[in-house]
Design a protein around this ligand. Structure first.
Ligand code: H2B
Length: 91
């Protein structure tokens, strides 16, 4: 099972634009329209399935909120930080 990262390591490792609330890392991506936002959700879902590590995603009219935590470990691990990078790459 993936090891939990210490708080200071999470803060240091998460990409710009991501926040850490102690249990999850969160980023809200902004879009010009709903369908572009929905396509981003689809792109993230594909990566999540490939990596078998799934975020909580909230799709709104012109933004998408992505939340990662590792349920099996009860907090943030290397997997979450890595997937955050992948999401930024799709944006
Ligand atoms: C059984 C367990 O749910 C699976 O191993 C995977 C599926 N996707 C997952 N996604 C996330 N975010 N955390 C997990 O611990 C996780 N576990």
């Amino acid at each position: 099972m993936a090891e939990l990262l210490e708080d200071d390591e999470v803060e240091r490792r998460i990409p710009n634009g991501w926040e850490y609330d102690g249990d999850e890392i969160i980023r809200t991506y902004e879009f010009d329209d709903y369908l572009t936002a929905a396509q981003f959700v689809s792109d993230v879902a594909e990566i999540a399935e490939e990596e078998f590590h799934h975020p909580e995603i909230t799709l709104r009219y012109d933004e998408v909120e992505v939340r990662f935590t590792t349920h099996d470990a009860g907090g943030v691990t290397e997997k979450d930080v890595r997937l955050a990078d992948y999401c930024d790459g799709e944006y």
